[in-house]
Design a protein around this ligand. Structure first.
Ligand code: PLP
Length: 365
């Protein structure tokens, strides 16, 4: 059994990905070839966000967004501690200071309560990066209220395809970043990322920054930028994958529902408010006995993963950055009890029954 079965998706797309790669080999425009613009337009249409600027990876997307918002030395930026390191890393890379904030136990995300508490301690923070952990959108409307005039970036590396009501992720915040790392809900066959924004001013700075801070042409440099473009081959691979994303989202939804029906009485299961669709990048349960569960599952050939075994504020590289309070209790607790089960759109019901039975057997021991 696979934790994420990328091969099943490749089989479904038959030769479409091979053909797309062959087409790029044939035209030879490996950097900023026509597929890049076509993919940006397609993602713009899918999410309803006017400006989509692809780039080299999801970490760069965060750096580009932070830079475009003018973030730099001396700025404090609120970030959740329970996330992948890149969220805080990008803040540090632009010279600003990440301030670690606790998360909500049910949603795994920053909440208006945890951000409000952080702003009492750090009222001068200039903005926040909210993460849609495991695919579930953060509460953007509430966060925007609490943040007042400060900016808000959505780190949607795990949540492309999710939505709140009729509004797709990408359109929930002024500036959203995402990743096309292979295991993400929309993944390519290498590294890739994008910035999505409703703001034309931000879009224009991001477009400049991704090509060395270019001005009106390539050899006119207005600012210090980066080399951060999405490879044409990766854009070509993403196009057929984007076409089936909506169907994959519905499948993930059904799989999550079956998991929750089978497990809600024995472990903590992830819940999503009515009207919200998670992208279900991960299906993550909470159980005191998560290590025992993982061991029993491994014995039955069921892979699991712990995202994340240690919150960022306790990691060597990040422990000296400020935190909203001396202990971030929920982030610390979650790191001890979370366990992610196999989750991908091609997980079939018989395999899911094996996983559910195994978790139930492990809990009953
Ligand atoms: C994967 C991920 C990133 C970074 O994306 P890369 O493409 O690997 O650089 C950033 N934030 C979160 C929450 C992620 O899961």
């Amino acid at each position: 059994m696979e934790f994420i079965d990328l091969e099943a998706q490749r089989c479904r797309l038959e030769t479409r990905i091979d053909d797309a790669i062959a087409a790029v080999m044939h035209h030879g425009q490996f950097i900023m070839g026509p597929e890049v613009a076509t993919f940006e337009e397609s993602l713009s249409e899918y999410t309803g966000v006017p400006h989509v600027i692809s780039c080299a990876n999801g970490t760069d997307a965060l750096v580009l967004a932070l830079r475009a918002l003018g973030t730099g030395a001396g700025d404090q930026v609120l970030v959740p501690s329970f996330t992948f390191a890149a969220t805080a890393e990008a803040v540090a890379l632009v010279g600003a200071t990440p301030v670690f904030v606790d998360v909500d136990e049910q949603t795994f995300n920053m909440s208006s309560d945890t951000v409000r508490a952080a702003l009492v301690a750090y009222p001068t923070a200039v903005g926040a990066v909210a993460v849609d952990l495991f695919g579930r959108p953060a509460p953007y409307a509430d966060l925007r209220d609490v943040l007042g005039g400060r900016w808000l970036i959505a780190d949607a590396a795990q949540s492309i395809g999710a939505r709140h009501g009729d509004t797709m992720v990408g359109a929930l915040a002024d500036v959203t970043t995402t990743s096309f790392f292979p295991a993400k809900p929309l993944g390519c066959y290498g590294d890739g990322g994008a910035v999505l924004t409703t703001r034309a001013d931000v879009a224009s700075v991001v477009r400049s920054l991704r090509v060395h801070g270019k001005g009106t042409h390539k050899y006119d440099n207005e600012r210090i930028g980066y080399n951060s473009r999405l490879d044409t081959i990766q854009a070509a691979i993403l196009l057929p994958k984007l076409e089936i994303l909506e169907d994959e989202m519905e499948r993930r939804q059904q799989i999550a529902t079956l998991y929750s029906e089978g497990l809600a009485d024995v472990v903590g299961v992830p819940t999503v408010e009515v009207g919200v669709r998670s992208a279900w990048a991960q299906y993550t349960i909470r159980a005191e006995s998560r290590d025992e569960i993982a061991t029993l599952l491994r014995g039955r050939d069921v892979p699991t993963a712990v995202y994340y075994p240690r919150p960022l504020h306790l990691q060597t590289a990040y422990k000296d950055f400020p935190r909203a309070s001396p202990t971030l209790k929920v982030a610390e607790e979650l790191s001890e009890i979370v366990l992610s089960l196999p989750m991908h759109p091609y997980l079939d019901e018989p395999d899911q029954r094996v996983i559910i039975d195994a978790v139930r057997d492990a809990v009953r021991r």
